[in-house]
Structure formats: structure tokens, C-alpha cells
Design a protein. Structure first.
Lengths: 330, 664
């Protein structure tokens, strides 16, 4: 259960709409099911009251939506940002991807979001309704009359189990209290993969990435993937519609994408959240973050606006390629 | 589709000795786009070039691949050949089958194989080459010289002599620099002032030269031929154009206890001062840190005694903006601080001095009017110990000192020793050295005269410790040749302090995006072949800012820098290198990554209106490369996350085509 309520957020949004601070609101609304919450733009209090949703399935990071919405919305746009979303928000500002003046950012606390796959693993399929308002999640299925009661802690998404920060690094206004940056165990999973032999590791990724159906959901959701024209959609890039020549090239999409966002990825975990094939894509990015931290000193993309990522910065203390090589990968 | 001609050069036996040139030209004849392939003994010769021209005409070639030596050697030659034959010069590619192939292989078979692969890569690239035309930019015909020492003075005079206006910016109230503080100059022993001050007057009287003294450069924008420079003129509280330099104010100023920096603090000056008698411009300057009128509004004596009415206590710093075509850096050097060298007791005894202080002590205009007297008790010293390499040639790990040789110390120490013995034969002079380095015209003869004619005691070894005891300085040293310890009771110890670049050089380098080495000396574009140019186009180096130098070397470098500037300013338009970065505005996100990695400041951003596919207009931030500033290094193309940035002539697609050709 989230500490702040839907009513609090609607009240805040409605008052900002009423006093003219903002002209539209970027929020969540219910999708086909209770758990597939969809981002939406609201322009009136009535719309908010009818469709606005805030619960344990509001994982969507709105930062990326600002790139297109700020250009379309007349006046300022209100955006609700969970702590982890604020990092993407800053990173996009660093890259000049939207006009800060056109945004009114309200920071909201987050108790962690639920992973529907974990819920389904407990409650089974055929979920007809989920009520997040009580102490526990009440999951109703079409097969049972009584809802299954699930402790939210048992179904937290991986990125929330390993939450890196409850602190908002950007906002105009904060609802509730700000938290702290957390010394999480998020790199443990990377370390596990690092500990594999090269063959095991290749087999691991072969197994994961072979499930990819190239739906592009990870690219489309990624706040670091905001190119005007993606190389994979550019006829001049020699990569568009390229059929893989072998089973390794099949993986190039994800490897290229991981390099593309290296140093800019804030580890928001949206890629893994939206992947319909449940590929742990965030681990590729997290490996880069871990390496950057160990090679160049700790760096969190989006922690501040305008910071120079180590990969596009040069200092005389930089690691020599030879030292990286010697460090080796087993 | 291109029509490519391949020309394989034998380079006598340089290439043909290890590479089967016939096999190479045969193999490349079958590459896509190749319509003609041949080989010849010397492609770069007149006959070879004519062969290319004839082939262009006969086979209607659109592209040329020359398999020969390094492009650094003959790329320009073959580009000219292509232009003469009516093909765009940038349709020529060189496959380096000499330095990168025949010279590094012994086996004919592997050498030939590699030469063919290199040729294929070049053919693959030419297939994607497009004709390029260099851009042009105008040249502002005015030069800026930063620093008014002998380097800056000579550069300015030489540029002005060619008819171009020059501005000198000097941070001190007068030009002249370090040379003005020297007494005599080695190896001819003519007096520094006698040869420098006429040049200073020349500068002052030259109508092409403007002097901004007591000023500094605070901002530099633009690029070669078109620099926009902001100069901060510090308030000197004296109207420069009215002051006659009579000196009445300096005599009457009641505040006379200001350490005189011109004499390195060995005597005092007044709060309003003229640094020295031959100063240029010869105008007074009020030191705001000491002037009572400026500090608490009480005094005003100088204003009362100034007959010309030049004093203006309300003067403010002034900012001047000016355009320049070329910038010469002549920021010079300083001796390093002796604070870290406690073993020589520099901070404990007034009688341990640096060599520059010694210059002032022996200078007729110095604190002792040229008499060699010890600073502590103004007595004549009878035993003088000179210590060389103080802070020079230090261990890299040592916290203090510099790794490099300061180059001038051996000679000026020989000069000091010789002059002392000449004027005061009753004085014993010891010089402790690691090595005596005298490469220079008449330098070794000079040093030998000091030893042989003047009886200076040269001792190979370092001084370990100097301890002040009574009115003596106990010098402990080792004589490495005799392998024994020495104890000398000296009256005066002179330290040949290492020299380092002026502190203003580092921020200036940042402004100019000029590169520096780890010691803060400016780096030249090529250590042998382009010694007075900085790698940043339009920025030139003069004097000790580039490395330790003596006066003759500084003056030659100053003249060389001037000739480079004149060569630049003589042009009406600059032809750029067309192989520069350019951003595809349809793909650019405006994320600023390229701007951050650009070492030349060539990238700016603009907001541009775009017609979007849905028939709306959107304003997007996009990167714009200034082709006149871009040096084509390619940093931006690899940093660009969206692939919008590409290098003309070295496009990503071309490089990939080359790699593909090699890996096929």
C-alpha cells in the first residue's frame, strides 16, 4: 500500500489546474485490467476524478513522456515523479530533451511497485480485480469468490526490492517526506553473472535473449532512448531491418542498445518491466553502471543536471585500456 | 557507381622488394567499381603522375586509389594530380602499403596478401567517397600578442614591420618582462637594458602597435582568422594619455614602504610608482593595496603634485573587446618558489638568494646600485657558493621541483661567476653542478673561460645543506669527482632556481583551447616541424611559455612565430579542411554530448524550426559545427548517441566499408 492516497494527488492536481499553474496533468489511468495501468494526460478535474489511478501498479516512469508532451501541451504540464523517476528527469534535462520551464514536477513518495508476474505466481491466472487500498493486496480471480490476500512486500518488483533511492533529486514541490539514497544490493545479481565462466555466461544470455521478439518495447519505454531517429529505424544506418547472419547477431540489438545508453542509463528498470518476454534487460545496463563505478569512481546518471558522464569526460587519471584488459573477465 | 583507377607504386624496391606489385594490381582490378589497375616504379614522379592523369581521361575515372607510401608523405601530391586531371581531390584514397606493409614484412607472400587487403579497403572507401569542397572564412588582419617580454616585443615588432596592426597585452604596468630585470647577457656580456630598452621604445613609437599594459585577456571566442577577445584593463588610477612620467608623484608619495617587485622585494617603492626608469609606457600606476587615498580616502598628495592632472582615483577597470586574426602566446616564465627547499635555508637567511635576485644585486639600477653587497649587512661577500639545478632535473617522485632541465641556469651561473671574479678578484667563487650543459654558439668557450681564465671553482656534486651560523653560511656539499665531503663557510649562496611557466598560462590555455604538457608549458603542433604553432589553429607560441629558453632562442622563436602570423594575416580568406564533422539535423537530439567532448569548442547549438511529418512545426535544439574551428578529430562522431554526427571524408559508413573489406 502506498503512503499517499489517490485523493491527495487528485486534490493537488485539481488545485494546480484551477489556479492556472498547469494546463494538463500527466498521470496514470486504468487499462484493461487493474494491473495494467496506463499513462494518460488529464485536462480537467472531472477527468481526474473519473479515471486517475494511484496504486501499487503505477510503475510507469513519466520522464520520457515529457519529451513529446511538453511540445504539445499549451502551458505547463504537471508530472508526478517517484524518486527513481526523478533521475531520468534530470538525465533528460542534462541532454536538453525538454524545456524545464514547461514542467511542474511534484515529487511523490513510493513504497515500491508490485510485479504482476509475482502476483500471478501466488494468486494464479484469471485475475479480475486487485484492490491495493488495504494493508495487503486483495486479488480477486474468476475462479475464487474470496480474494487472495498478498503481502505487498512479497510481490515487489526486482527494481523496488533493490531500490537505489527514496530521495527525489528534482521537483518543484514535494508531497509527503523525502527519503534517502539507499545503499542497495542491486549489483549482487550482476556479480553473480560476472562469476560465471564465459561459456556459462554466453549460455545464460543466449537463453534470455533468444526469447526476444523484437517488439521494441524496451527501446520505446527507455528514458535514455529518445533519439529523434533511432538507428534501428533509419534506412541509412545499415542496421534497419538487418536480418541476423548468425545466432550471435540476434543479440546485437540489445548489445548495441546497452552501449547506446551506457553512462546515461539511470537504472530505472523500465526495460525489464515492460518486456513481454521477461528478459532481465536491466542487468546489461547495470553491468555498465557497475563497471563505470569501478573504473572511474561512483557515478549516478541523473543525480544532478549537467553532470559529465565519465564516458564522455577525459581526465588524466582515467584508466588505461590495458588496465581494463588486465582486470579481465575471468 | 564510381569508376575507380588503382595505381600501385613500387617505390623502387621499397615496396616491390617485399610486395608482388603485379599481383596487387591484378587482384584489385576485380574489386567492385575498379575499371583500371596498373603499377609503376615511382607513382609520385612526373611520369607516374602523368600516368594517373592519362588514365583519368582515358577511362573516365571518378575515383583514384594509390597504393603507395603513407598518406602523410604523398596524399597531397596525388590530390593535386587528381585536381589537375579534373577530379575532386577528395576522391583520392591512399592505401599505405609501404610503412604499414612492405617495411614491416619480410615474407613476399604475406606482404602481398596484406597489400591486397589494404588496397581493397581503400577501394571500398572510395566507392563511398563524395566530392568535398573546403569552406572559406575571412581573416581579421590584426594580431594579438599576449605577454610583453622580449618574446612578445620581438613578435610584435616583426608583425608590425610587415604592415599588420598588433596589440600587446601585458599584465604588468610596463612591457619588458624578465629581460628588463637582467644585468648582463651571456655569452657576449652586453648589458640587457642596452639591447632591450631600444626595442621597447620601438614598440612604443610604432604606430602599428598598441600596448595594453596592466591588462589581461579575460575571454577568447571564435577561431583562426576570427578571434573575439575581451581584454580587461585594470584601473591604474592614472590617466595614461595625460601622465608625462615625470615622477614627481612617486617622490612625494608618503607611502614608501611597498616591497619593490621589480627588485624582487629587496628594496621598497612608493604606493604610486613607475616600475623602472625605462618603463614603457612610462606612466605611473597606483597600487590600490597600499594607497591611503584609495584605501581610506585620506591623502591625495599625488593628485596635488601632479602638474598634468593625470591622477584619477575614481578610475574603474575597463573591458575592451577587439577582433584578431591570430593570437601569439608569449606569457614567459618565473623562477619557482624556494619555499619547499628548506635545505638551502632560503627562507632563513637573507644571504641565500636566487639567481634572479643576484641579477638585481649586480645591476646598476638595482637596490645596491650595482655593488655586490650581501642583503643582510650590505658587506662585500668574499666567498660565494652558486648551487645549480635547484628544482631542475628532480626525481619524478619528488614532491618538489621539476623533472626537466631549465636550460639557462648553467650559462647564467657561469656568467655570474665570471663577472664576480672579474669585478671582485678577491672573492672565491664555487659552483656546484650535476652537469654543465653548454650547447650553444660560443657557450662552451664561455664556460671554459670562467673556469680557466677566471679561476671559478667548478665542483661536480650537490649541496646537501646550508646552515646560517653567525654571519656565515655553512655549506655542506659533496665533491663527486674527489669523492669527499666539503664544508665551505660562505658569505652568499646563490640558488639557480628552476623556471616554470607563468601562472597565467593555464587559464589562458583553457580560454584558447590550446594544449599544455604536464608542466604547463604550451605544446607545439609538432615538436620538430611545427615548433611555433599550437595545435589550435591561429594560436602561435613565442618564448619560454613553450619551454625553457635563453634570449637568442626566444628571439628566433619570436621571429618564427611572427612569420607564421604574417603568413596567416597576408591571406584574405582561409581555406579550411573539408574533412570536418557535420551534424545531420534530422537526427540530432541536441543533447550536448558532442559539445562536451569537442576539444576545439567548434560546436554550438541553435533552435531550429522543423516541419514535422504530421504537418506541425516544432522547434528543436540542434548541434551546429563551425567548419572553420573543427579540426576533424572525430571525438564528436563517436560520442554522439544518436548517430547524427559524422565526419566528412571519414564517414562511419566509409569506415565500416573499410572494416568489412578487411574482414571479408
Amino acid at each position: 500500500m502506498q503512503k499517499i492516497t489517490r485523493d491527495q494527488l487528485i486534490e493537488k492536481a485539481a488545485s494546480l489546474l484551477a489556479n492556472g499553474t498547469v494546463s494538463c496533468v500527466l498521470g496514470w489511468q486504468k487499462g484493461e485490467f487493474d494491473y495494467d495501468i496506463t499513462p494518460a494526460v488529464f485536462e480537467t478535474e472531472d477527468e481526474l476524478k473519473a479515471n486517475f489511478v494511484w496504486n501499487d501498479f503505477c510503475g510507469a516512469n513519466f520522464s520520457k513522456y515529457l519529451v513529446s508532451k511538453t511540445k504539445k501541451c499549451e502551458g505547463k504540464i504537471l508530472v508526478f515523479l517517484k524518486p527513481c523517476d526523478t533521475y531520468s528527469f534530470n538525465q533528460l534535462l542534462t541532454e536538453h530533451r525538454f524545456d524545464r520551464e514547461k514542467v511542474y514536477a511534484v515529487g511523490i513518495p513510493c513504497e515500491g511497485m508490485a510485479d504482476i508476474a509475482k502476483v500471478k505466481a501466488i494468486a494464479g491466472d484469471g485475475i479480475s480485480a486487485i484492490d491495493c487500498s488495504g494493508e495487503k493486496l486483495a486479488v480477486t480471480t474468476i475462479y475464487e469468490d474470496a480474494p487472495v490476500m498478498i503481502d505487498a512486500k512479497d510481490v515487489l518488483a526486482e527494481r523496488c526490492v533493490n531500490c537505489k533511492s527514496k530521495k527525489h533529486v528534482a521537483y518543484d514541490e514535494l508531497i509527503g517526506e523525502d527519503g534517502d539514497v539507499i545503499d542497495s544490493a542491486r549489483f549482487d545479481e550482476v556479480a553473480k553473472i560476472e562469476a560465471m565462466t564465459p561459456d556459462e555466461r554466453f549460455a545464460f544470455w543466449q537463453n534470455e535473449l533468444s526469447r526476444c521478439i523484437r517488439c521494441n518495447a524496451c527501446r520505446d519505454i527507455c528514458p535514455a532512448c529518445t533519439c529523434e531517429k533511432c538507428v534501428f529505424g533509419n534506412p541509412n544506418s545499415s542496421l534497419e531491418n538487418k536480418s541476423p547472419a548468425n545466432s550471435f547477431e540476434e543479440k546485437m540489438f540489445h548489445i548495441i542498445r546497452a552501449f547506446h545508453v551506457a553512462g546515461r542509463c539511470t537504472d530505472c528498470g523500465e526495460c525489464s518491466r515492460v518486456c513481454p518476454q521477461h528478459i532481465p534487460l536491466h542487468l546489461l545496463n547495470r553491468k555498465f553502471i557497475k563497471d563505470i563505478d569501478s573504473f572511474y569512481g561512483e557515478y549516478q546518471a541523473g543525480a544532478e543536471v549537467g553532470s559529465r558522464a565519465p564516458l564522455v569526460n577525459y581526465t588524466t587519471d582515467d584508466l588505461e585500456p590495458g588496465e581494463v584488459f588486465e582486470r579481465g573477465d575471468n | 557507381m564510381q569508376r575507380i583507377g588503382v595505381f600501385v607504386c613500387w617505390c623502387g624496391s621499397n615496396i616491390a622488394g617485399t610486395v608482388d606489385v603485379q599481383a596487387v594490381s591484378d587482384a584489385l582490378a576485380h574489386e567492385p567499381g575498379v575499371v583500371f589497375s596498373t603499377n609503376y616504379q615511382y607513382m609520385c614522379s612526373q611520369a607516374g603522375q602523368n600516368m594517373i592523369k592519362d588514365a583519368v581521361a582515358e577511362h573516365k575515372l571518378t575515383g583514384i586509389v594509390v597504393c603507395s607510401c603513407s598518406p602523410r608523405m604523398h596524399e597531397a601530391t596525388f590530390r593535386k594530380t587528381a585536381a589537375a586531371a579534373g577530379i575532386n581531390p577528395y576522391m583520392v584514397e591512399i592505401a599505405n602499403i609501404r610503412e604499414q606493409c612492405s617495411w614491416v614484412h619480410k615474407d613476399m607472400q604475406t606482404g602481398t596478401e596484406k597489400a591486397i587487403i589494404l588496397g581493397k579497403a581503400a577501394v571500398a572507401k572510395v566507392n563511398l567517397n563524395t566530392p568535398l569542397t573546403p569552406g572559406e572564412s575571412p581573416v581579421t588582419k590584426r594580431a594579438l600578442v599576449i605577454g610583453g617580454g622580449i618574446a612578445g616585443i620581438q613578435t610584435a615588432l616583426d608583425i608590425a614591420d610587415a604592415g599588420f596592426p598588433v596589440d600587446i597585452v601585458e599584465k604588468k604596468p610596463t612591457i619588458g618582462g624578465k629581460m628588463a630585470q637582467l644585468d648582463k647577457t651571456f655569452p657576449t656580456l652586453d648589458c640587457a637594458a642596452c639591447i632591450l630598452t631600444p626595442k621597447m621604445v620601438d614598440v612604443a613609437q610604432n604606430d602599428k602597435i598598441r600596448i595594453f599594459s596592466y591588462s589581461e585577456v579575460t575571454d577568447v571566442k571564435g577561431f583562426v582568422g576570427n578571434f573575439d577577445v575581451t581584454i580587461k584593463k585594470h584601473a591604474r588610477y592614472v590617466k595614461e594619455d595625460i601622465c608625462t612620467g615625470c615622477g614627481a608623484c612617486t617622490e612625494k608619495c608618503p607611502m614608501k614602504k611597498v616591497p619593490n617587485e621589480f627588485n624582487l622585494g629587496m628594496d621598497n617603492r612608493s604606493a604610486i610608482y613607475i616600475p623602472f626608469a625605462q618603463a614603457v609606457p612610462k606612466v605611473a600606476t597606483i597600487d590600490p593595496n597600499y594607497c591611503n587615498m584609495l584605501k581610506n580616502g585620506k591623502c591625495g598628495v599625488c593628485s596635488k603634485v601632479c602638474a598634468a592632472g593625470a591622477i584619477d582615483y575614481t578610475q574603474k577597470d575597463e573591458f575592451i573587446e577587439e577582433k584578431y586574426g591570430a593570437i601569439v602566446v608569449a606569457t614567459g616564465f618565473n623562477p619557482i618558489s624556494m619555499d619547499k627547499f628548506d635545505e638551502f635555508a632560503y627562507n632563513q637567511s637573507k644571504d641565500v638568494i636566487t639567481s634572479l635576485e643576484f641579477e638585481r644585486l649586480t645591476n646598476a639600477a638595482g637596490p645596491t646600485a650595482g655593488k655586490l653587497l650581501r642583503p643582510s649587512d650590505l658587506k662585500h661577500p668574499h666567498t660565494i657558493v652558486f648551487v645549480q639545478c635547484v628544482g631542475s632535473r628532480c626525481d619524478a617522485c619528488a614532491e618538489k621541483g621539476k623533472e626537466y632541465c631549465s636550460k639557462i641556469c648553467c650559462m647564467y651561473t657561469a656568467k655570474h661567476a665570471m663577472l664576480t671574479r672579474d669585478k671582485y678578484p678577491d672573492t672565491e667563487v664555487y659552483v656546484f653542478y650535476i652537469d654543465v650543459r653548454t650547447p650553444g654558439k660560443n657557450f662552451d668557450e664561455f664556460y671554459r673561460r670562467a673556469v680557466e681564465e677566471y679561476g671559478v671553482h667548478y665542483i661536480k656534486g650537490m649541496v646537501g645543506k646550508v646552515t646560517p651560523e653567525g654571519d656565515k653560511l655553512k655549506v655542506q656539499a659533496s665533491d663527486l669527482l674527489a669523492n669527499k665531503q666539503l664544508h665551505i663557510d660562505a658569505d652568499l649562496v646563490v640558488l639557480a632556481a628552476a623556471i616554470e611557466p607563468d601562472k597565467s598560462a593555464r587559464p589562458l590555455a583553457t580560454m584558447l583551447t590550446a594544449s599544455m604538457d604536464t608542466n604547463d608549458f604550451f605544446t607545439e603542433a609538432h615538436p620538430k616541424l611545427r615548433p611555433v604553432e599550437s595545435p589550435t589553429a591561429g594560436v602561435f607560441l613565442s618564448g619560454a611559455c613553450q619551454g625553457p629558453k635563453d634570449i637568442p632562442e626566444t628571439v628566433s622563436q619570436a621571429g618564427a612565430a611572427a612569420s607564421k602570423v604574417i603568413g596567416l594575416l597576408a591571406k584574405d580568406k582561409l581555406t579550411g579542411n573539408p574533412c570536418v564533422a557535420s551534424s545531420n539535423e534530422l537526427m540530432c537530439n541536441g543533447c550536448s554530448t558532442c559539445e562536451r567532448v569537442c576539444p576545439y569548442g567548434a560546436i554550438t547549438y541553435e533552435n531550429k524550426e522543423f516541419r514535422m511529418p504530421d504537418r506541425t512545426t516544432a522547434i528543436r535544439r540542434i548541434a551546429v559545427v563551425n567548419p572553420a574551428v573543427c579540426q576533424g578529430c572525430g571525438c564528436c562522431t563517436v560520442a554522439c548517441p544518436s548517430g547524427a554526427m559524422d565526419l566528412r571524408g571519414f564517414a562511419n559508413s566509409q569506415i565500416i566499408a573499410e572494416v568489412d573489406a578487411i574482414c571479408k
